[in-house]
Design a binder for this molecule. Structure first.
Ligand code: FES
Ligand code: FES
Length: 171
């Protein structure tokens, strides 16, 4: 990370007003100059136009903004973009490959686990993090892992069934 500081007339360095960061987003190298205060969600949505990542509570309560940073799920609404410097970030736009939906996306379609769809990117990224760490979680482990994500439409059962189907659990 490069700090771009300004000097006072006396030649004293002030707090940096801009940072140069480099990261990899969905496999693509990205380099941007940003204000130190901006969140990863702002970087993704406003600078990179990756609007699949949603924003709602913006206080790390609803899970809708979840993305992976170095394969770990984070709430991008409160995660500073500067802290993603040097990291690999995966968003919902990075799930499909060569025109094919990711198995989790297929399962959400098959099980009708998305209605309005606003919460879906967050659930997909959180579920992906779980399945990468534990490809065959129990139903209880899935429910526990997803309990920080809020959905107002589905009643949760179809979401659990979708993740279970990818995990090889037959309800
Ligand atoms: S918008 Fe980030 S947790 Fe709700
Ligand atoms: S599908 Fe509408 S909030 Fe979850």
């Amino acid at each position: 990370m490069t700090e771009i500081a300004e000097l006072t007339p006396d030649g004293v360095a002030q707090q940096p007003r801009a940072l140069r960061i480099r990261l990899v987003v969905n496999g693509n190298e990205v380099e941007r100059t940003i204000e130190p205060r901006i969140t990863l969600a702002e970087l993704l949505r406003e600078h990179l136009l990756l609007t699949g990542t949603k924003l709602s509570c913006e206080v790390q309560v609803c899970g809708v903004c979840t993305v992976l940073v170095d394969r770990r799920p984070v709430s991008s609404c409160t995660f500073l973009a500067a802290d993603a410097d040097g990291c690999a970030v995966t968003t919902v736009e990075g799930l499909a490959s060569a025109g094919e939906l990711h198995p989790l996306q297929e399962a959400f379609v098959d099980k009708m686990a998305a209605q309005c769809g606003f919460c879906t990117p967050g659930f997909l990224m959180m579920a992906l993090a779980l399945l990468e760490e534990n490809p065959h979680p129990t139903r209880e482990q899935i429910a526990e892992h997803l309990d920080g994500n809020i959905c107002r439409c589905t009643g949760y059962a179809p979401i659990l069934e979708a993740v279970e189907s990818v995990a090889g659990i037959t309800p």
